[in-house]
Design a protein around this ligand. Structure first.
Ligand code: NAD
Length: 421
């Protein structure tokens, strides 16, 4: 009987450390600095009880990790997903450190997560879980210390509960403790769209560099949530044809293009993109390998690996998701002349507008959506140009270029602060 070959699972933390090592080697960082930047500063694990609707008590496990605080307070989202692990949260926290540095905003990297499938919980149970998790991590968070935001399966409502819980503890309202809040609570105009909007600004710049006309481009989007669905809408607004989208239930394809607003309405009603009239169901693997011009991974980590990188046909890959590509896949894509806008640059619009939200909350002075987007565009365009310059001058791919910029900035901040005590 033939034995089935099972590929070893890819560990996101291992990927993050290898990406860092590549940059540290090229930058010739001192061994001491490498040791410091290679590990998170703090990792908190909490096990906490939640009363369920049936009267039972369940215990959930959650994490909050702060990777590096050299350039400012920790910043990073909270993820609710059944596959969350401490290693995944550590990787995401490290990527946040580099992301904030690439776009030059004064934050360090953090991330949090709870092992839970929120689709199996009622709203009341999710609220209870959120409030108790916030309480458990309140020893770390605060507007000057660590500022959470939404990530996979969390949203503005989750942030409202976190802000309210934290404020109840301290006895007064602290809007700046989280970002991605609803606008009436001190959320920023443009924050909900910011990750996708920032990604599209980088796509516009990349297309210009590559001589691609966006009005003639066919786009495939993996993941149809906050980042992916809005990216699909914005690409359609740029005149591109969105030919495929997917979510955790499956993928759909239409050669002549999907009406993105119809997909949104369908998903709203059926909780899945699959089944949209006029579309053909395809597999998630097929979506990634489609004959298209732009691929936007906007779901989870480790989607483009050594196993499928050689089959990716898109000329431009814009990583709205965090960690969608492994280091082996990066090499294959670079060899095949695929242009990757790396996650720490591509999806940095989210944390950039989170920074704007934090500034507005602290100043009690709020900006219009036009002001937010103008500032966001300036940040993204500058970061894209610096990364492209580095990539061309050092003859490295865009990910390594972004890492060289980011790791150098964090290393400079860390070493100029000196070693305490
Ligand atoms: P979300 O929960 O709003 O959406 C995630 C989407 O991915 C959902 O449509 C889900 O069904 C889909 N999905 C999950 N597994 C899938 C699979 N195997 N195949 C296809 N689709 C799948 O989350 P989000 O906030 O849009 O986050 C998506 C990615 O973007 C994550 O990597 C996240 O870390 C990253 N990101 C988000 C933000 C933000 O501001 N929300 C900022 C930066 C980066």
């Amino acid at each position: 009987m033939a034995t089935e070959q099972i590929a070893p699972a890819i560990n996101a933390w291992d990927v993050a450390q290898r990406q860092f090592d590549l940059a540290a080697e090229r930058l010739n960082l001192s061994p001491g600095l490498r040791r410091v930047l290679r590990e998170p500063k703090r990792e908190l694990t909490v096990h906490f009880p939640v009363k369920m609707d049936d009267g039972s008590v369940q215990v959930f496990t959650g994490y909050r990790v702060q990777h590096n605080l050299g350039r400012g307070p920790a910043k990073g989202g909270i993820r609710y997903h059944q596959d969350v692990t401490l290693d995944e949260v550590k990787a995401l926290a490290m990527w946040m450190t580099w992301k904030c540095a690439v776009v030059g905003i004064p934050f360090g990297g953090g991330k949090g997560g709870v092992i839970v499938n929120p689709k199996k919980l009622s709203q009341r149970e999710i609220e209870g879980l959120t409030r108790r998790f916030t309480t458990e991590i309140s020893i770390l968070i605060g507007p000057e210390r660590d500022i959470p935001a939404p990530d996979v399966n969390t949203n503005a409502q989750t942030m409202a509960w976190m802000m309210d819980t934290y404020s109840m503890h301290v006895g007064y309202t602290v809007p700046a403790v989280v970002t991605g809040k609803p606008i009436p609570l001190g959320g920023s105009e443009g924050r909900n769209e910011a990750t996708a909007q920032g990604a599209v600004y980088t796509i516009v710049d990349a297309a210009q560099h590559l001589g691609m006309d966006l009005r003639k481009c066919r786009v495939a989007v993996q993941g149809f949530g906050n980042a992916g669905a809005i990216a699909a809408q914005l690409m359609a607004a740029e005149g591109s044809t969105v030919i495929a989208v997917s979510d955790s239930t499956g993928a759909i394809y239409r050669r002549q293009g999907l009406a993105v607003n119809s997909v949104l309405a369908w998903k709203q009603e059926h909780h899945s993109v699959v089944g949209l009239p006029g579309s053909k169901e395809i597999s998630n693997e097929e979506l990634l390998e489609l004959d298209c011009d732009i691929l936007i991974p906007a779901a989870l980590e480790n989607q483009i690996t050594a196993a499928n990188a050689g089959k990716i046909q898109a000329r431009l890959i814009a990583e709205a998701a965090n960690g969608p590509t492994t280091p082996e896949a990066d090499e294959i894509l670079y060899k095949n002349a695929r242009f990757v806008i790396p996650d720490i640059l591509c999806n940095a619009g989210g944390v950039t507008v989170s920074y704007f939200e934090w500034v507005q909350d602290l100043e009690r002075d709020f900006w219009t959506v036009a002001q937010v987007n103008e500032k966001l565009r300036a940040v993204m365009t500058k970061a894209f140009a610096s990364t492209l310059d580095m990539s061309l001058s050092e003859q490295v791919n865009m990910r390594t270029a972004a890492y060289l910029l980011a790791v150098q900035r964090v290393a400079d901040a860390t070493s100029v602060r000196g070693l305490y005590p």
